[in-house]
Design a binder for this molecule. Sequence first.
Ligand SMILES: [Fe+2]
Length: 63
Amino acid sequence: MANKVEQIHANLFSKAIETLKTGQKLASVDYFVCGVCGNTVEDAAPEQCPVCGAPKTKFFKIA
Ligand SMILES: [Fe+2]
């Protein structure tokens, strides 16, 4: 699970870096983190974590 989550984190960082390289500002996005495995998703928590299967209630919003 940790490897899957770190790949997801790396993709989010790469996306941010590519945006900054263009000179654009990063969009305001809400991030939700699974309290069980650390999976991080944009905009809204899923009904079930696609990595560990935890329910939506295990996700918390970060600013
Ligand atoms: Fe999870």
